[in-house]
Ligand binder design. Structure first.
Ligand SMILES: *[C@@H]1O[C@H](CO)[C@@H](O)[C@H](O)[C@H]1NC(C)=O
Ligand SMILES: *[C@@H]1O[C@H](CO)[C@@H](O)[C@H](O)[C@H]1NC(C)=O
Ligand SMILES: *[C@@H]1O[C@H](CO)[C@@H](O)[C@H](O)[C@H]1NC(C)=O
Ligand SMILES: *[C@@H]1O[C@H](CO)[C@@H](O)[C@H](O)[C@H]1NC(C)=O
Ligand SMILES: *[C@@H]1O[C@H](CO)[C@@H](O)[C@H](O)[C@H]1NC(C)=O
Length: 338
């Protein structure tokens, strides 16, 4: 009877353990935090690269190939044939910001929480309302506001032919300051509308340029939680971009802990049951009534230390009475014996 109950409990525990394991390595969740846009130049899977030229911040984990990275900063061919200098040659200080933005767009594997479908000839997905740090947007705007353009949004505003992008009829080249109202309007519109939402720096926000570990990993994790795209409780402190996606690591640790607890509980149960059975059979065979068990035990101990004592031959009840007297002489003889 008890064996049946125990084994069914074991099956139940194993089932729970399996659920934890499956939950911890949910593929969809890790995809959100480490994925590439479906687009003309993006890799299908993120991964490390040997050389990314001006996009080297993304070397450790990147959606762009070295080929794409080689051309992100240039006008015209070969990537999209987009001419940044369509009104006037773009200054280097401004171009650096567009280059950083292009690296971010082409290389970042951490845009998962903001990817939405979009049917264009050159992509099936776009990023939508990515929270861009206000400080990054302001720097971009400060270095570019004196450039000029003829369209507000550069992904849909131009007229295109084989030689690239051109200003549509009835448009004129104007300084950015006359096309855009302010920094936020510029950052949110130039590649948009709504690629970015400019976000105060004290909130979780994405950086287009950085040195060292990629700060956007943590930001993506935060928003994935907030949008219920993944399960979890808190944003962990930042660590190196993981080889194993962070959720899987967490899941594994969780599973190991739960697994260990289950195994310990099962072993404890088995030992408990085993002991109970062993004792049961022992006393059954010797035919000693339960209430004499303590007496038997104490008499054994006493018999061991007072081997030469003739009292060892006394009955249980008599011997116990003598012990209660706490005889100092007897203690002395004990020491000598030892
Ligand atoms: C890109 O890397 C591959 C090897 O991974 C190499 O063969 C190729 O020449 C590189 N291309 C550029 C533009 O660096
Ligand atoms: C970009 O456009 C300007 C103005 O039309 C033109 O002078 C320049 O040659 C173009 N650059 C490229 C690489 O197409
Ligand atoms: C893009 O900008 C052009 C003019 O600059 C405007 O006519 C068009 O409606 C804009 N498109 C979107 C989707 O906002
Ligand atoms: C920037 O301009 C937009 C209008 O395009 C406006 O809605 C927004 O409030 C302005 N932001 C700031 C900070 O002035
Ligand atoms: C890439 O990772 C290595 C160690 O894993 C680290 O030393 C290096 O600084 C990282 N590079 C970047 C650009 O984060």
């Amino acid at each position: 009877m008890f064996t049946v109950r125990l084994s069914s409990m074991f099956v139940l525990l194993c089932f729970l353990y399996t659920c934890v394991l499956v939950d911890g390595s949910d593929k969809k969740e890790t995809d959100v935090l480490n994925t590439c846009l479906s687009s003309k130049h993006h890799k299908t899977q993120p991964g490390p690269e040997d050389n990314l030229f001006k996009c080297s911040a993304w070397l450790n984990n990147s959606c762009c190939t070295n080929y794409t990275a080689q051309y992100v900063h240039g006008d015209g061919q070969p990537l999209y044939n987009l001419n940044f200098s369509h009104c006037a040659p773009m200054s280097d200080k401004c171009r650096n910001h567009f280059t950083n933005n292009n690296c971010f767009y082409e290389c970042s594997p951490y845009l998962g929480p903001w990817i939405t479908p979009q049917k264009l000839s050159y992509r099936h997905e776009r990023m939508y309302k990515v929270p861009l740090c206000a400080s990054q947007c302001n720097a971009w705007w400060q270095d570019c506001k004196d450039e000029s353009t003829c369209v507000e949004n550069w992904s849909t505003g131009f007229k295109w032919d084989k030689s690239g992008n051109h200003c549509p009829r009835n448009t004129v080249c104007r300084p950015f300051t006359s096309v855009y109202h302010n920094a936020s309007h510029f950052c949110e519109t130039v590649w948009g509308p709504d690629d970015f939402v400019v976000t105060p720096d004290h909130n979780y926000c994405m950086k287009l340029s950085f040195t060292g570990p990629n700060p956007n990993v943590e930001v993506a994790y935060h928003y994935a939680l907030k949008k219920h795209l993944i399960k979890g409780t808190a944003v962990p402190p930042y660590s190196e971009p993981p080889k194993i996606p962070p959720l899987q690591v967490q899941g594994t640790i969780f599973s190991v802990v739960i697994g260990s607890i289950i195994i310990i509980v099962v072993i404890a149960l088995l030992i408990f049951v085993g002991l109970k059975r062993y004792r049961g059979t022992l006393f059954h065979h010797q035919g000693v009534p339960m209430r004499f068990r303590n007496l038997l035990r104490s008499s054994r101990q006493s018999a061991m230390v007072t081997r030469s004592d003739p009292g060892a031959e006394m009955s249980f009840m008599q011997y116990e009475e003598e012990e209660e007297e706490d005889n100092p002489e007897m203690n002395g003889s004990l020491r000598l014996d030892l």
